[in-house]
Design a protein around this ligand. Structure first.
Ligand SMILES: NC(=O)c1ccc[n+]([C@@H]2O[C@H](COP(=O)([O-])OP(=O)(O)OC[C@H]3O[C@@H](n4cnc5c(N)ncnc54)[C@H](O)[C@@H]3O)[C@@H](O)[C@H]2O)c1
Length: 341
């Protein structure tokens, strides 16, 4: 079975390509490398001893996309390609809507033209917005996220629902990721943010190797156990395997058409202070930090009800918090400059 993976050179994409190759899928990666390096795919190939085709291209380039579908018989698409920095999305919203929403529309249009109907979308817990109570469950209504990034994910989920209503052949899966962290256990692929990391773990890891002075913890007066924000962190390899589970689910359910959403998380909220403590334990390094004011738009705490994915996809986030920390540390230590060699 041949799978087109947009954004496959990125953080979650590269780990998923590895899992797909390990499970004997043929893979074509389509990525414009705006936030990644082709080195990630080279390393995945070395790790698996298998090859993935790579095409450098933009999802907004319909001509190029169309050629890809023309040249290969693609059975399913996993769509990671997107811009993902919440703060940046407020500064340049039009770029986010162009890339994440228009780009998805282009991809879906070309898929329709070539009669490819199986589609797995990288959605996010952010689609639950501020209105829903935790733990988040898939039966809740889509919320109103505070950032253009979050709004772009809600928009694409709505587009998928409308497409499914208009086309009985369409088979969509929205995977709502909670907070992926960690790296492949080999320490050869991992998250390689360009510039100042937006996410907690890469920042903590860069403080540990001395690239940054100290961590800012945004708010210690939230109504949580220790006052810091709580998130549902899951290991990126568990998340990668969630995509293989979703493809297997589509393959098992020939009769299915429509769109189905699944939460991919552990079901536990972990605080920022707990992350710092766990990372210090795994690395043996002290993480200097300061408490800064709350950031606009940050929710106090959210975590998944992941029982639908557990039951229907036969998927579970099995790796422990300690392993997430050890694997992040191994990746950071072995690759202080990320994929730059
Ligand atoms: N990392 C998270 O915490 C998280 C959480 C929830 C959802 N997601 C979603 O998961 C997906 C993957 O996230 P990631 O963390 O791996 O990010 P990433 O930036 O590492 O990967 C995204 C990839 O898409 C590529 N890309 C971006 N725009 C493109 C375009 N127009 N055409 C072709 N390629 C393009 C980038 O070069 C990159 O390789 C994204 O859709 C993101 O919104 C991520």
């Amino acid at each position: 079975m041949k799978v087109l993976v947009t954004g496959g050179a990125g953080y979650i994409g590269s780990h998923t390509v590895l899992s797909l190759l390990e499970n004997n899928y043929d893979v074509i990666v389509y990525d414009n490398l705006v936030n990644s390096s082709i080195e990630s795919i080279d390393r995945v190939e070395k790790l698996t001893g298998k090859t993935a085709a790579f095409i450098e291209g933009d999802i907004c380039d319909k001509k190029k996309l169309s050629q890809v579908f023309q040249n290969s018989k693609i059975d399913a698409v996993i769509h990671f390609a997107a811009l993902k920095a919440v703060g940046e999305s407020a500064a340049i919203p039009l770029s986010y809507y162009q890339n994440n929403v228009y780009g998805s529309v282009c991809l879906l249009e070309i898929m329709q033209q070539h009669k490819v109907h199986d589609f797995i979308f990288s959605s996010s817990a952010t689609v639950y917005g501020e209105e829903n109570n935790v733990p988040y469950v898939e039966t809740m209504k889509l919320g109103t996220p505070s950032s253009p990034y979050g709004a772009s994910k809600v928009m694409v989920e709505r587009i998928l629902a409308d497409l499914a209503l208009s086309n009985n052949n369409f088979r969509g899966v929205s995977l709502r990721y909670f907070n992926p962290i960690g790296a492949h256990e080999s320490g050869t692929i991992g998250e390689d943010p360009k510039g100042i990391p937006n996410n907690l773990l890469p920042y903590v890891a860069q403080v540990a190797v001395g690239k940054r002075d100290k961590l800012s913890i945004f708010g210690n007066d939230y109504p949580t156990k220790d006052g810091s924000c709580e998130r549902d962190y899951l290991h990126v390899m568990d998340l990668a395997q969630g995509h293989v589970a979703a493809l297997d689910w589509l393959n098992r359910h020939n009769e299915f058409s429509g769109v189905e959403a699944f939460n991919l998380g552990t079901g536990n909220g972990v605080s920022v202070f707990s992350i710092v403590e766990a990372f210090e334990k795994a690395s043996g390094k002290k993480i200097p930090f300061e408490v800064s004011p709350r950031r606009a738009g940050d929710l106090a705490a959210f975590w998944a009800n992941a029982s639908k994915a557990n039951k229907e996809l036969n998927w579970q986030a099995n790796r422990s918090l300690a392993q997430m920390m050890t694997d992040t540390w191994r990746w950071q230590l072995n690759n202080p400059n990320g994929f730059l060699i």
